[in-house]
Design a protein around this ligand. Structure first.
Ligand code: SF4
Ligand code: SF4
Length: 374
């Protein structure tokens, strides 16, 4: 496989030079994008300004004599998308009571359909790409799909519970083809608590060993510290663990969502004391510049607003053009809030509100008017 050391890509009306495995890029004008596109097609030497740009951004120079051996140029897309997420498989080796996926089946697309779906994402203009699950790394085709997506010029973020990171093939894959981010959820600071939350024996030892290896390999890890009723007493210890043992950046999450099927179970697992006010919804580009794909190739505006959706495997890439209209119609719906006197100024994301309503949640927890609008 041709492994590019630089990627040149359109992104939402701009043009970027990126180094795979790094989140920061360099914006270039359209004429320089065209210059690089021609130079790669004709395998010419790199223009002198390219080395200056890469040195300024990443302190590196192109080592190849001709640009065609080092640079991948993505073509413009007729769609307006720049980001997507994909649940490769909902199966998981943990069983957290607060999981927003609810019941998780171990199933996904076959290999031919996985590559067809990834080809469609690239054609749709997706540059920033999250692979998630379930536990993404336990899908037997994860490594092949990751490598395939990487070869298409997708910048990949992997979200994982960390249970497989200690394994040699995974470490080799991520050091050879770096993700730009590896987001790892952390569920405790001791073995006992970790096992109580994830209901998986030995999970703490595997995750911490995997994170040690990621630190040693210099992988771009970010930790999501998940605080629930069962592990809230270890919140400070989890922060200290991340800071002192690995030094990775982290965020603390304590607000749970109902499951994607509208079940309330995760809400009962929240640590009340740690709940924070939800951010005011000021609009979002779900369905317009980004979308989500489930393990069966069903695309929706995001992970929360899954219905209506479009079936990429049946309808093909053109179906993605319908997501913009779906997003508009979803945000206009105020079902479940009938009688609210402040509906005109509603600042709650409707797909999220719908899930909470189906779960019978206390309106004050999701209504940005504090639940007093009716
Ligand atoms: S590790 Fe993540 S996907 Fe797996 S059960 Fe827990 S919350 Fe759900
Ligand atoms: S849940 Fe709402 S705010 Fe979040 S991505 Fe979906 S539509 Fe946007």
């Amino acid at each position: 496989m041709f492994v590019h050391s630089l990627l040149v890509s359109p992104f939402l009306g701009q043009y970027l030079i990126l180094q795979p495995g790094h989140a920061a890029g360099v914006q270039i004008p359209e004429n320089r994008y065209e210059e690089l596109r021609t130079a790669v097609a004709e395998d010419q030497p790199a223009p002198p300004w390219l080395d200056q740009a890469t040195e300024a951004a990443w302190n590196t120079r192109l080592l190849a004599s001709t640009i065609g051996r080092a640079v991948l140029v993505r073509e413009r897309s007729r769609f307006g998308f720049g980001r997507a997420s994909w649940e490769i498989n909902l199966g998981c080796d943990a069983d957290c009571g607060f999981c927003y996926l609810g019941e998780k089946r171990f199933e996904g697309l076959g290999w031919a359909d996985k590559t067809r779906m990834l080809d469609m994402l690239a054609e749709a203009g997706v540059l920033w790409f999250q692979i998630t699950g379930g536990e993404a790394l336990i899908d037997p085709q994860f490594a092949a799909a990751y490598e395939y997506a990487y070869g298409l010029g997708l910048m990949i973020q992997v979200s994982t519970n960390g249970s497989q990171l200690h394994k040699k093939p995974i470490q080799e894959l991520f050091t050879r083809l770096r993700p730009y981010r590896l987001t790892v959820s952390l569920y405790g600071a001791t073995s006992g608590t970790y096992e109580a939350v994830t209901r998986n024996r030995g999970m703490y030892e595997r995750v911490t060993c995997g994170l040690d290896k990621c630190r040693d390999a210099g992988l771009p890890v970010r930790i999501n510290i998940i605080v629930a009723a069962e592990n809230a007493h270890e919140t400070d210890a989890m922060v200290r663990l991340v800071d002192e043992r690995w030094g990775f950046p982290y965020q603390v999450f304590s607000n749970m969502s109902p499951t994607i099927h509208g079940e309330a179970a995760p809400l009962a697992q929240q640590a009340e004391k740690y709940l924070t006010p939800r951010r005011v919804f000021t609009g979002c580009n779900a369905g317009h510049t980004f979308f989500h794909v489930n393990p069966h190739g069903i695309a929706s505006i995001c992970k929360i607003g899954r219905d209506p959706s479009v079936n990429l495997m049946v309808e093909g890439v053109d179906a993605l053009a319908r997501l913009g209209g779906i997003a508009e119609s979803l945000q206009l719906r105020t079902g479940g809030c009938s009688g609210c006197t402040k509906a005109d100024t509603c600042r709650t994301c409707r797909p999220m509100a719908k899930l909470h309503q189906e779960a019978g949640d206390d309106r004050s927890l999701y209504c940005q008017h504090g639940g007093y609008g009716s």
